[in-house]
Design a protein around this ligand. Structure first.
Ligand SMILES: [Mn+2]
Length: 323
């Protein structure tokens, strides 16, 4: 599209394709996609989950969805290296807005996040969620498992988040997800961990030394071995990255992956049958120069490129609708 259309976040009528906007101005949605709750003909809906009430350390991820949306304007101009296409030319993507809940009623957050996720998933649209602390993965997995059955988890993180505890927080939700039968540890893999948890619960763990020592191709091979061609959910905690690359997060752990090392793994996972994704734990208040929010946006865009890789280019197909 050659036409310049400001504020495409609410003015665009194109479901496929993109408008050019200067990165520093205009309304910010995720990748300048249009805000809409109409899911007809939509491939992917982006949902913000602004929660930081389940954190064990620094709060601030309630600003994550806003931070990632704003940073995404910097990469909304076209394909993301090394991809040679823009996922928005192949997928119809909308920004669905944020889950709404009162911070005084955290129990309602669980129900409301699951309800909105199911609203999207049950329409046949896939979900890309922006957190929020990592606890949001629990209601999101509940929604996905209801439609897709027990899932493989492909989990990038510094932490296992499988602590065996009755508590519900951002360090225990995958233990509960496992016990609820939402994910199968035997078909799940955790990448980049560098905090010791003696209980693996049967998850395959590639700790950070193994990931960096053996390289991206080896990691991708391990994912293929463990996950196979079953349905998988991708959850990416930004603290998988080293704090020098992602300072804007609540529980940073030194000695992590570089942004490139994470990208290099992600782009090799194009054969995985991902049915949904979340990018979590971005806390813009601790960020420097937006690098953490930008990394979060870029990781989400890599995921969209993975989904779009084998789809035809559809930018010449204009689907118009009334505003
Ligand atoms: Mn973590």
């Amino acid at each position: 599209m050659d036409e310049i259309l400001g504020d495409a976040a609410f003015r665009s009528r194109d479901l496929i394709g993109r408008h050019y906007e200067v990165p520093y101005a205009g309304a910010t949605s995720f990748l300048r996609t249009r805000y809409s709750r109409d899911l007809k003909d939509i491939d992917v809906a982006v949902l913000g989950v602004p929660l930081d009430l389940a954190t064990s350390n620094r709060p601030g991820t309630r600003f994550g969805p806003r931070g990632v949306r704003q940073a995404s304007a910097q990469i909304a101009w076209g394909p993301q290296h090394p991809w040679t296409f823009d996922p928005r030319d192949r997928l119809a993507i909308v920004d669905y807005g944020d889950v709404l809940f009162d911070y005084g009623y955290i129990d309602r957050m669980l129900a409301e996040t699951e309800r909105m996720a199911r609203e999207i998933i049950d329409s046949g649209t896939s979900l890309l969620a922006i957190g929020g602390d990592h606890f949001i993965s629990l209601p999101l997995l509940r929604a996905h498992a209801k439609r897709h059955g027990k899932l493989s988890l492909v989990h990038f993180d510094a932490h296992s988040d499988t602590w065996a505890d009755d508590l519900y927080n951002h360090g225990t939700m995958f233990y509960h997800a496992m016990n609820e039968g939402l994910i199968d540890p035997a078909r799940s893999i955790q990448i980049g961990l560098r905090t010791y948890n003696p209980q693996t619960h049967g998850f395959t763990i590639l700790d950070n030394a193994a990931v960096i020592g053996n390289g991206a191709a080896w990691v991708a091979e391990q994912v293929r071995r463990v996950v196979g061609d079953g349905k998988a959910y991708l959850t990416f905690d930004i603290d998988c990255l080293d704090p020098s690359f992602a300072p804007g997060t609540g529980t940073p752990v030194c000695g992590g992956l570089s942004t490139f090392q994470a990208f290099d793994i992600l782009v090799r996972l194009d054969w995985v049958n991902f049915i949904g994704m979340d990018i979590v734990e971005v806390a813009p208040i601790y960020d420097v120069g937006e690098i953490t929010s930008l990394a979060g946006a870029a990781i989400a865009m890599h995921y969209l490129s993975l989904r779009a890789k084998n789809l035809p280019h559809r930018s010449n197909v204009k689907i118009r609708r009334e505003a």
